[in-house]
Ligand binder design. Structure first.
Ligand SMILES: Cc1cc2nc3c(=O)[nH]c(=O)nc-3n(C[C@H](O)[C@H](O)[C@H](O)COP(=O)(O)O)c2cc1C
Ligand SMILES: CC(C)CC(=O)C(=O)O
Length: 393
């Protein structure tokens, strides 16, 4: 993708209109959630859309972004735009990666492989979840020559962790994203009320069940006693006993960049830098873990200030539009991770659906950038935002 051409998707859609063809998915990505609710059963749709407790953290994520209004500037030559972004030693076509979203096979049979292919085709990094429905080696192949990022659920069994890191390295993953905010699953009423937990049926366990260290911990092979294997997975999946000094183990066993996901407090960002980490993702896990927690965008400026130039700051939780990408950059992020919207695109139209979501978001971001007076993401700052008047969000 040539720099600055993301907005061409807009013309492509208009030109299709000459033949009467309209896109299969809407240009307004906020409509996807309702479409998925209609298309899939309440179990999978609820699992993806749902959040912790009363859903207040999901609402807080949106409110924290919408509280900031963009202040467009005029006559600043935005004819040639370049969205390329240097991130953790790589050049990305835009300040965007796809967030790790586990168990995608509840949404589409091609699951992570389809999402990885869609991202790779546009040069956007896809962060593969530990809780993938497809083994990491197979997804790496689907990524082709694109950047490979692996998200680690840092569980109780050190040998399994070590084995995951070895496998990820051998499969060409370069960046390790360590998710800190899910040592336990949050209280999620939509799943509880439907007794819907796909892991109990073995969904999302592909990396574990294919892992020699995991298999060594079982009394019988997975194939002979799958229920015992699931139980073992549930027991070792998260580790609420971990503390900051434990990061030394990961630092020792991973040579590439390490990014800690789920950081919301500036002191935690400082500790990440002290532990030799390379970046943080400011995130509240899409409001799925702590009901009542602050909107992730509310945490961004202070974490970015604490990170300074010691850490690369990424952001997710609530990104739905090109304007949201702009806001996150203005608040201090270098790039954003897109979560639920691409999972909805996958659910509705497989790889093509993810492609549609990616191109729509980046076209809208490119246009937002241009129409606000910027030719590159690097010049966007907090000066481009104004607070929404009280009572309007
Ligand atoms: C269905 C679902 C599964 C997720 N699985 C993972 C996961 O396996 N690992 C992880 O670090 N985060 C996971 N997340 C969190 C996302 O990476 C990201 O933080 C979140 O989706 C951002 O919120 P948003 O989608 O509302 O923007 C998951 C989120 C959803 C919705
Ligand atoms: C716990 C996982 C396997 C997936 C996840 O992170 C989530 O559902 O939020």
């Amino acid at each position: 993708m040539a720099p600055g051409h993301w907005a061409d998707f807009q013309y492509e859609i208009y030109l299709n209109g000459l033949t009467g063809a309209v896109p299969r998915l809407p240009a307004d990505l906020t409509r996807l959630e309702a479409m998925v609710e209609q298309r899939l059963g309440p179990g999978p749709a609820g699992y993806v859309a749902g959040g912790a407790g009363d859903g207040s953290a999901i609402r807080a994520n949106r409110a924290a972004l919408e509280r900031h209004r963009i202040v467009p500037r005029m006559l600043r030559d935005v004819a040639e735009r370049d969205l390329t972004t240097e991130l953790l030693g790589a050049t990305l076509p835009a300040p965007l990666a796809l967030a790790p979203v586990g168990i995608l096979s509840i949404l589409h049979p091609e699951a992570e492989t389809a999402a990885a292919r869609a991202a790779a085709a546009r040069g956007v990094p896809y962060i593969l979840s530990s809780a993938s429905s497809t083994p990491l080696e197979a997804v790496a192949e689907a990524m082709g020559g694109a950047e490979r990022w692996f998200q680690l659920y840092w569980g109780k069994d050190r040998e399994v962790t070590r084995s995951f890191l070895d496998r990820a390295r051998a499969a060409g993953y370069r960046v390790l994203v360590v998710t800190l905010d899910t040592p336990l699953l949050g209280w999620r009423p939509r799943d509880l009320d439907q007794a819907y937990l796909p892991f109990l049926r073995g969904v999302g366990t592909a990396n574990y069940f294919s892992d020699p260290a995991f298999r060594a911990g079982l009394a019988k092979p997975v194939e002979e006693d799958p229920d015992a294997a699931v139980l073992h997975f549930v027991q070792l999946f998260g580790d609420p006993g971990k503390t900051w000094p434990d990061l030394a183990f990961l630092r020792e066993h991973w040579e590439g960049p390490i990014v800690l996901k789920g950081v919301l407090h500036p002191d935690d960002a400082r500790r990440a830098a002290e532990a030799g980490m390379d970046g943080v993702v400011v995130s509240n896990h899409g409001g799925r873990q702590v009901a009542g927690s602050l909107g992730a965008a509310d945490a961004l400026p202070a974490v970015a200030a604490a990170a300074g130039d010691r850490l690369t700051v990424l952001f997710d939780s609530g990104v739905r539009t090109g304007a949201d990408v702009f806001r996150a950059l203005a608040l201090g992020a270098r790039a954003v991770l897109l979560g639920r919207p691409y999972a909805y695109g996958l659910a509705l139209d497989g790889q093509a659906g993810v492609d549609h979501v990616l191109r729509s978001l980046l076209a809208e971001f490119d246009l937002t950038l241009a129409l606000s007076g910027h030719a590159t993401p690097a010049t966007v700052t907090a000066e481009d935002l104004a607070p929404a008047p009280p009572g309007t969000t």
